[in-house]
Structure formats: C-alpha cells, structure tokens
Design a protein around this ligand. Structure first.
Ligand SMILES: NC(=O)c1ccc[n+]([C@@H]2O[C@H](COP(=O)([O-])OP(=O)(O)OC[C@H]3O[C@@H](n4cnc5c(N)ncnc54)[C@H](O)[C@@H]3O)[C@@H](O)[C@H]2O)c1
Length: 432
C-alpha cells in the first residue's frame, strides 16, 4: 500500500461507463490518485481510459484475465464489468492482493456474494461496494438525522424506487438487465441501492424478507394493434408513420438521445442515418412489447429487522425517482425526488409532540460537474482513498454493507416462492 503522501494507485477491469466515471473523478482530485492500468476488449474504451489516466506508463490489456496474470499493478482494482462478470475477476484480484472497488451487484448470487466477503477476510483485503447513494447529500443528511436521535427510535421505513417508464424500457426490457439469467434479478440490479440504504438507516440486521412482483406491462399482450417487431420496420405507432408511441426507438434520435451514449459510443459523431441503421439490428430498436425480457416491472418487498423495526420497498417502472418515509417515535421524515417534485423541499420532518413540520432544502450538489447519482459518484471517489488507507469510515466495506445484497437476493427467492418469507439468520451465521 502506498503511503498517505503518495497517490493511491488504481487499475480497472472493464473500462466502460462506470469505471471511466470513477477514474475521471479520481484524476480531477489532483495528486490523490494515479491510474496505472485498464483492461477491456473494446480498444476505444481502453484508449479512453489511457487518456483519462494521463499516465505515460499506463498498461492496457484486452481482458481481465490478462491484467490479472501480471503482478499486482495497483493498490485498488475497479471491477467495472457487467453484472455477470464480477465474481471471477474479483476473486482472482483478491488472491493477487488487490483491494477492490466493486460495482454493485457484488455478484449474481447470494453464495458468491458471501464467498467474496469470506475471501476479503481471508486475504485481509478491503472490498468497497459502489453504493454511491450513501455519499449523496440527501442520504448522508438523512443518515445524520437518524443518528442524531431527532426522529427517536426508527419504527418503520417506507421506500419507493420509481425506475421511470423509459428507463425501464431502455435497461430492463431492451437492455443489459432485461434477462435476469444473464444479469441479475431486478431487485438486485436496480434496488440493491435501496435495500442497502434501508439497512444502513435501520441500523439493525434484517431478519426476514417477503416479496411479490411480476412483469405485468412489457409483454406481447399489451402491444398495440399492428405493432411490428421493430420500431424501424414501418410500425404504424412509430413517429415516421405519424405514430405517438412513447417507447418508439426513434426517440433515441430526439428527446431520449442522452440514453444513446450509454450504449452507442460517440453518437453525436454519427449521422442519424448511421444510428437508424444500427437501430434496425440492435436490441434497442425492438418493440418493447415483443422483447425476450423477464425482468419484473413492479415488485414489493417487506422486511423485518432484529430490533423489531419493519420496512417496505416498492419498485415500479411507473414513477420517476426515489421516495423515502421514516416513521420514528419522536418525528417522521419524508423526502426524496418524488417528494421534492411536490414540495420544493428536499425533506420534511414532522415532530409528533408539537405537530410542527420543518422543511429542509439541501444545497444543489456542486461537485465540479460530476452530478452523477446526486453527487454520489463524486462522494464515493472523494472518500475512497481514506477508506483504502484505513483512515475513513468502514461502513461501506463488504463486511458491513453486504446486508442490502442479502435482503435483495432473499426478496427474489421469496418472490419466486410466491411470497414465502425468507429468514436471513443462517446467512449471517455462515459469515462468522
Ligand atoms: N453504482 C451504481 O450506481 C451503478 C450504476 C450503473 C451501473 N452499475 C454497475 O456497474 C457495472 C458496469 O456498468 P457499466 O454501465 O459501466 O457497463 P459498461 O457495459 O459500460 O462497461 C462494462 C465494460 O466491461 C468490458 N468487458 C467485458 N468483458 C470484459 C473482460 N473479459 N475483461 C475486461 N473488460 C471486459 C466491456 O467491454 C465494457 O466496456 C455493472 O455491473 C452495472 O450494474 C452501477
């Protein structure tokens, strides 16, 4: 490990969107980090990482395996590959002596997640999970308020995650997370952040989880009459034919163009004709009611905690933004994106004794333009070097932050068993 006056060295397996975001932020924090190596099969992404690093000695590899065959090249390895390829490189990297910045979900299964926690302990390495919401102004303020005792004892929590209908179609119907077998269940892929902050705020172990949910809307029976398999095949509901389908893939060239850059490198350097040709063959050109998706579009999760507290989480494609309600013995707190839309305040705290409500408006995050995840991406990287040097809060390390994952996997197990409760006690014991 480097000394505190030297930059912390980082390398990346997968030079995609997340890894490039973290390394770009790291390099903006002058002198604190050095990016030494990156692996990605796509040359353009390796080159982009090399450019971000501004390091003439940067080492580029085509695969994670090649990077991991070398002697350790950095203090910390970012595992920024897709969900189905976290466990293998993470395991090898721990064996090589790397600390990890591990994208969520830690892995695709409960067993592998527990195994990574065990390996971190065995090799005395730290795994920092990318639960960026913990580092946002909003959730860190809520955590501070809960810990201050102002709400009294937290008795119950209700959280909602409105994925947004277009986002659902882009990511969980047409996109990377549409097939749970190839990626991870929706409640893990999208909501491990939510189960994570619920357990973080409750401050007690979750003992039991039950869940219901299904894919209701994005199925063939809801396709409008005459819809073609692809929006670009003359579908009567697509804009070139005068249609008004909100999921029309032609919107990638218009009001939804910001989503294109996540899947199509440098879209602004391509002509519309090139993008249209790509939509004719790409998964993102398919009719949203005629895909091979199985990710749920709504799910509810009920949780009971060892301290007697309870929580519920609603995930739905059909709202936009997160909402949070915390019911404490002294006061209740309401807040989040959904709340802000109605009230122009970030959160409201109602005191039970006085009946008075205080509105709290947080400053808009101004973090050098890195507003990703409400400033959480910046907050994570800003906190990261202290954490890996042993000086920062260890709250987000896998041994303390695994619970959100376990709750998510348990929720999926329960959902598949028709809502049967899943007890978590034996899982905790298996980690001891
Ligand atoms: N923390 C968060 O809030 C958050 C947000 C979005 C995504 N994620 C997670 O981050 C991860 C990465 O997401 P992304 O959007 O950056 O994905 P991405 O597809 O942009 O990047 C993944 C990269 O891995 C590369 N890759 C594939 N096989 C490889 C191999 N064998 N060796 C090395 N590289 C390989 C791909 O070419 C690609 O560039 C996912 O697991 C995703 O779920 C987390």
């Amino acid at each position: 490990m480097t000394t505190s006056s030297e930059p912390l060295t980082i390398a990346a397996v997968g030079c995609g969107s997340r890894a490039r975001t973290y390394t770009t932020i790291a390099m903006s924090l002058t002198g604190r980090y050095q990016v030494t190596a990156g692996a990605d099969p796509v040359a353009e992404r390796r080159e982009a990482m090399q450019t971000i690093s501004a390091n003439p000695d940067f080492k580029a590899f085509e695969t994670a395996d090649e990077l991991l065959e070398e002697d350790r090249l950095a203090d910390v390895l970012i595992i920024g590959t897709q969900d189905n390829y976290h466990f293998e490189p993470a395991k090898k990297a721990l064996e090589k002596g790397y600390h990890l910045l591990l994208e969520k979900p830690a892995s695709q299964t409960m067993d592998e997640t527990l195994e990574l926690a065990r390996l971190a302990k065995k090799y005395d390495r730290k795994i920092l999970l990318c639960f960026v919401l913990r580092y946002t102004d909003f959730y860190s303020k809520v955590h501070e308020i809960v810990n201050s005792g102002r709400l009294g004892e937290v008795i119950s929590i209700h959280a909602a995650e409105g994925v947004d209908a277009w986002h659902q179609s882009h990511s969980y119907v047409r996109g990377h997370w549409a097939n749970t077998g190839e990626s991870s269940p929706m409640i893990i892929a999208k909501c491990s952040h939510d189960t994570d902050y619920i357990s973080w705020l409750m401050g007690s172990r979750c003992s039991s989880v039950s869940s219901y949910g299904r894919l209701s809307y994005f199925t063939e029976k809801n396709a409008p009459a005459g819809a073609t398999d692809r929006c670009t095949s003359g579908c009567p509901h697509a804009s070139p034919q005068g249609g008004s389908c909100m999921y029309d893939a032609h919107h990638y060239l218009g009001k939804q163009s910001s989503w294109l850059r996540m899947i199509y490198p440098h879209p602004t350097e391509r002509t519309d004709e090139e993008v249209l040709k790509w939509l004719e063959v790409s998964p993102w050109g398919r009719c949203v009611w005629k895909c091979d998706n199985d990710a749920v579009d709504h799910q509810v999760v009920n949780m009971e905690f060892e301290n007697g507290g309870t929580a519920s989480l609603t995930m739905t494609a059909f709202d936009c933004g997160r909402g949070l309600e915390i019911y404490g013995t002294k006061a209740s707190l309401r807040g989040g994106d959904a709340y802000e839309g109605f009230s122009n305040a970030s959160m409201a705290i109602r005191d039970h004794a006085s009946g008075e409500t205080e509105l709290i408006q947080l400053e808009t995050a101004d973090d050098d333009g890195y507003k990703g995840h409400g400033g959480g991406d910046y907050g994570l990287v800003n906190a990261m070097d202290a954490i890996f040097r042993g000086a920062g809060s260890e709250d987000s390390l896998i041994e303390h932050a695994i619970e959100g994952h376990l709750m998510g996997f348990a929720a999926e197990e329960s959902r598949l068993k028709g809502g049967e409760p899943v007890l978590l006690d034996s899982l905790y014991r298996s980690m001891e």
